[in-house]
Design a protein around this ligand. Structure first.
Ligand code: TRP
Length: 476
């Protein structure tokens, strides 16, 4: 049904473009800072390899074999109850929910590109004041840049997979990598680099708790773009002959590499100028501009390329958040691409306006429900609940619902028997319990001190079963 296919490199860049986003450069450093560094990074890395990589292969496989939008692909692959399983495809809707706040944050970045060109704040206090004032009082500026972000995203998705998404990633991803690497080399020449290295790679286990663990799992999904059919939808346009394991590995590697490099770089800058690492979401918008100011004239250039890179990272991800529902409209309702893009885009645009109003002093109280305002609810609900849920259902679908033989056949050219056995084990025994534990923790029905032991047990049991199964297969 689809004619437009990515090239191999085009797909890798597009999938990496989806994965590498605000999650890597904005969120990863600040959650690492909040949860004390090394121990969090280690747990995150284990999760990315054990859970993220496993689910990435499964999600890619569904799109690659299904060749349709998410709903169509699940329907096609489900051996029974097609009508029920196809509902899973609606996980694409999570993307529109993420976009509501994601687009607002891209708007802040646009604003900061302009701020860099005009005047950087001269102290942390001033930087804090200007960021808080943007969020709580300056509705007009936010509205303007949110609209700009919306228009750019829509303009690219309207052009389709080849001349919109693929082309954009061909241009922006190499530039992004170049900027980040250049800044990283500069950071390496500063004294504080070793301090940043220790902060990120020497674990302090006293900081580890169940909340950090759950955040690490949620973030692994978010940063790899898993659990809502972004990767699935892109994979429907994969070239015919492709090694899914190798492709997943490259995407996971690029995403993780860029997150670690960005983290090291940011912490070096912060430590070098005596700023605190635990600054929360304002890290990039408050501490960093003040640090750039301290650096003098080189700081202004660094700030400029940094915010441009951040905008690139955000836009290539935003496009992948919109595409699943757009493809749904095209495949299911035979909408034209333009109509589908505008229809789906208008949802996140309008709700995004409410999300940004929720941060304002004037309207905040009308848009606060319980402990969080709408903006924070969107972030929490998607990253902590919907994405892990999507990942859970998807791994159950591939691990338990699709016949093993069909899964093996789909991955025949992608991996050896030994690797398949191990991957399949992880998918069946490691991913679901880990994700269920995450959700149990969120519901608060089990005391939090049991969460970490439960995790360790789940991993140990999988290793045990996996090894047993491996021995059994080897004998056959
Ligand atoms: N991975 C992106 C980031 O790190 C965000 C993103 C894009 C995403 N597509 C997604 C998150 C799909 C979850 C699911 O910023």
């Amino acid at each position: 049904m689809k004619i437009a296919r990515f090239t191999r490199l085009g797909f890798i860049l597009a999938a990496a473009g989806s994965a590498v986003g605000l999650g890597n450069i904005w969120k990863f450093p600040y959650v690492t800072g909040e949860y004390g560094g090394g121990a969090f990074v280690l747990v995150y890395l284990i999760t990315v390899i054990g859970i993220g990589f496993t689910v990435m292969i499964a999600e890619m496989m569904i799109g690659y074999v299904g060749r349709l939008d998410a709903v169509g692909s699940f329907e096609k692959l489900a051996p029974v109850h097609k009508n029920r399983w196809k509902l899973l495809g609606f996980m694409g809707f999570t993307g529109l929910m993420i976009l509501t706040f994601y687009s607002v944050v891209i708007g802040w970045i646009f604003h900061y590109i302009v701020v860099t060109l005009t005047s950087l704040p001269s102290s942390v206090a001033e930087a804090e004041e200007s960021f808080v004032s943007l969020m709580t009082r300056d509705i007009g500026t936010q509205l303007f840049y949110h609209t700009l972000a919306f228009l750019v995203i829509v303009a690219i998705v309207v052009r389709g997979v080849k001349s919109g998404i693929e082309k954009m990633n061909y241009i922006l991803m190499p530039l992004l990598m170049l900027i980040i690497l250049g800044m990283f080399f500069y950071a390496m020449s500063l004294d504080a680099f070793t301090q940043a290295w220790d902060f990120m790679f020497v674990p302090d286990w006293s900081k580890m708790n169940s909340e950090a663990l759950v955040t690490a799992v949620g973030h692994a999904f978010f940063t790899l773009s898993l659990g809502m059919a972004s990767i699935l939808t892109y994979s429907a346009s994969l070239p015919k002959e492709i090694n899914l394991k190798r492709t997943s590995l490259i995407v996971v590697g690029l995403d993780t590499g860029i997150a670690l490099i960005a983290g090291l770089m940011l912490f070096t800058f912060l430590f070098q100028y005596g700023a605190a690492p635990a600054k929360g979401p304002g890290l990039v918008f408050i501490s960093l501009p003040a640090v750039f100011y301290e650096m003098g004239s080189i700081g202004i250039s660094l700030a400029l390329v940094f915010f441009i890179a951040l905008a690139f990272a955000g836009l290539t991800s935003a496009v992948s958040l919109l595409e699943p529902m757009v493809q749904y409209g095209i495949d299911r309702y035979t909408f034209s691409r333009t109509k589908s893009t505008l229809l789906m885009g208008s949802f996140f645009y309008v709700v995004g306006i409410l999300a940004l109003l929720a941060n304002s002093t004037e309207y905040g109280s009308y848009l606060t429900f319980g402990s969080k305002n709408l903006f924070d609810w969107m972030d929490f609900f998607t990253a902590s609940i919907l994405l892990p849920l999507g990942g859970l259902l998807m791994s159950i679908f591939v691990g338990y619902i699709m016949p093993r033989s069909q899964v093996r056949a789909a991955l025949k050219n992608s991996m050896s028997d030994v690797f398949f056995t191990f991957w399949y084990m992880c998918l069946r025994y490691l991913v679901p319990p880990a994700l269920i534990i995450v959700m149990i923790n969120l519901l608060g029905i089990v005391p939090s001190e049991y969460i970490i032991p439960m995790f360790v047990i789940a991993y140990a049991v999988t290793a045990f079963f996996g090894y047993g199964n491996y021995l059994k297969e080897k004998k056959i």
